[in-house]
Design a protein around this ligand. Structure first.
Ligand code: E4P
Length: 218
């Protein structure tokens, strides 16, 4: 399973990259806004900086909601770097745009996915990645992980190539469950990735090993 970090924050991306396990980055307009980046030039420079740093797939989302607008933005974004993956919402014009970009060899991440039906359409259109929003489904008192499981089953039965990218992750446990239920990729805040390391018995065990070593050394 690939690990992406879900942020546009350079410090956090740098820290995740330093772990050696980072495969890519996902951003969205809200995450870019959180970094205070304004204006197209600055936004594009920021994407370029992330791509240089990560050397892996970096999702950059279109703002347009019409077919021509999405394509125009997609071509501009794809020019920034070979690592850019164009993120497109699962709406009617989005599906058309994903088909066209797939034909032209431009990678896409179909976003804002909340149902298996949407996942089937995105795969038919040839999306590179599919982003079901686990946390937001859980927030609405439903079960995001069941959706990952259902999509993984459908994609396996149908032989679809689209990679399932479990998004909107809020906890380390969700990363474990996404792996278990067949996600190809998770995108997560740094805190949930680092949370995977935590176990009290690891801390106690390490403390004891180091104490015993110190004693044996006098
Ligand atoms: C990433 O691709 C998504 O945009 C992101 O994971 C959404 O997360 P949120 O529901 O925490 O905003």
């Amino acid at each position: 399973m690939k690990f992406f970090i879900d942020t546009a924050n350079i410090d956090q991306i740098t820290e995740a990259k330093s772990l050696g396990i980072l495969d890519g980055v996902t951003t969205n307009p809200s995450l870019m806004a959180m970094e205070g980046i304004k204006g197209k030039d600055n936004i594009f420079k920021h994407y370029a900086k992330i791509c240089d740093l990560v050397q892996g797939d970096v999702s950059a989302e279109v703002i347009s909601t019409d077919y021509e607008g999405m394509l125009r933005e997609a071509y501009e974004l794809a020019e920034i770097s070979e690592h850019i993956v164009v993120k497109i919402p699962i709406i009617k014009d989005g599906i058309k745009a994903i088909c066209k970009l797939n034909d032209e060899g431009i990678k896409t991440n179909c976003t804002l996915v909340f149902s298996a039906g949407q996942a089937i359409l995105a795969a038919k259109a040839g999306a590179t990645y599919l982003s079901p929003f686990i946390g937001r489904i859980d927030d609405s008192n439903w079960d995001g992980m069941l959706l990952i499981k259902e999509i993984a089953e459908i994609y396996a039965v149908q032989g679809y190539d689209t990679m399932i990218l479990a998004a909107s992750i809020r906890s380390s446990r969700q990363i474990v469950d996404a792996a278990r239920y067949g996600a190809d990729v998770i995108t997560s805040p740094l805190s949930s990735i680092l949370g995977l390391l935590k176990h009290p018995l690891t801390d106690l065990g390490l403390e004891k090993f180091l104490a015993d070593h110190r004693k044996s050394q006098g």
